[in-house]
Design a protein around this ligand. Structure first.
Ligand code: NAD
Length: 295
């Protein structure tokens, strides 16, 4: 029988552990982790994410330092704010919600965040640490979505060593760090992307298939080996017609209705990877806090 991986439940477990840890840290040091959340403008999707992240952070006892800025803020003023947050004692993690307006260079902003406060794990120093460190845990700040996927895989209690993994997508925030994490679990990893030839054939060889493409339901039944584990990172909003009305619906990169019966385990969308991403952001913030305490 196919196991449907419940991201909501796993994320709740992780949040419960973090909450307990933060209570203990507060009792010992009389401090709690602080997360600065920087949102620019009013992109609807960003507001939804920021709201969800803020709610979850507060639930585990993380203090939120909220900065909601005007769409027109200059790159220079945003850099000034981040530098101020870099030096602010009650801020352990800084999250700049992406995407940024076109007039602001995303990489310059991400590089300005102090690597010790890099809640998203996107700073080049942390990307480098992820690449060269021998293990995946300890005190590393790791990009949240791929780390959440790794926790889901670990939760299945299957031996990851030597498994053939295909990661579809080579972005800096999902595909590449996902591959790094799985390489360290001793998987044999192939990264596929928009120029990959015979993608479906390649995917059919995968024991674990991770789709981080951003193309609705691109992964079909005949892309998946019998008994493969399928992790669907994609979040795509599509138009559907229901009762004669036009509505929108969230779907993943995997055609769930086709693939479910073929996989040994699969993540749904929504309720799969998404909640884990947020929980891992809280994990990074707590790690940054603990790293500072131990310095
Ligand atoms: P991205 O656009 O930066 O990267 C997409 C990747 O897919 C690229 O590397 C590209 O080469 C590859 N690609 C595009 N079309 C392809 C095709 N036809 N065949 C094979 N490869 C193709 O996107 P991203 O930021 O990595 O996000 C990917 C998806 O994951 C999106 O749907 C995004 O919304 C979702 N996402 C979800 C979470 C979450 O928490 N669940 C977090 C981040 C991203």
């Amino acid at each position: 029988m196919t196991k449907v991986i419940n991201g909501k439940e796993l994320a709740q477990d992780l949040r419960n552990k973090l909450k307990e840890e933060i209570i203990n840290l507060k009792a010992k040091y009389n401090k709690v982790p602080g997360l600065a959340v920087v949102q620019i403008g009013n992109v609807a999707a960003s507001s939804v994410y920021v709201k969800a992240k803020t709610k979850s952070a507060k639930e585990v006892g993380i203090e939120i330092i909220d900065h909601h800025l005007d769409q027109e803020i200059s790159e220079l003023n945003l850099i000034k704010l981040i530098k101020k947050l870099n030096n602010q004692d009650n801020v352990n993690g800084i999250l700049v919600q992406l995407p940024l307006p076109n007039h602001i260079n995303e990489q310059i902003i991400l590089d300005t965040i102090h690597p010790d406060k890099d809640a998203d794990g996107f700073h080049p120093l942390n990307v480098g640490k992820l690449s060269i460190s021998a293990t995946n845990d300890e005190n590393l700040l790791i990009p949240c979505t791929p780390y959440g996927c790794l926790l889901m895989l670990r939760g299945l209690n299957v031996d990851l060593k030597g498994k053939n993994v295909v990661v579809i997508g080579r972005s800096n925030i999902v595909g590449k760090p996902m591959a790094q994490l799985l390489l360290k679990e001793s998987c044999t990893v192939t990264i596929a992307h928009s120029k990959t030839k015979e993608l479906s054939k390649l995917c059919r060889d995968a024991d674990i298939l991770i789709a981080a493409v951003g193309r609705p339901e691109i992964v079909r039944e005949d892309w998946v080996k019998n008994g493969a584990i399928v992790i669907d990172v994609g979040i795509n909003r599509i138009d559907i017609e229901e009762d004669g009305k036009l509505k929108t619906k969230l779907v993943g990169d995997v055609l769930y209705s086709e693939v479910e019966s073929k996989a040994s385990a699969i993540t749904p969308v929504p309720g799969g990877v998404g909640p884990m991403t947020i929980a891992c952001l809280l994990r990074n913030t707590t790690i940054a806090f603990k790293n500072k305490l131990s310095n």
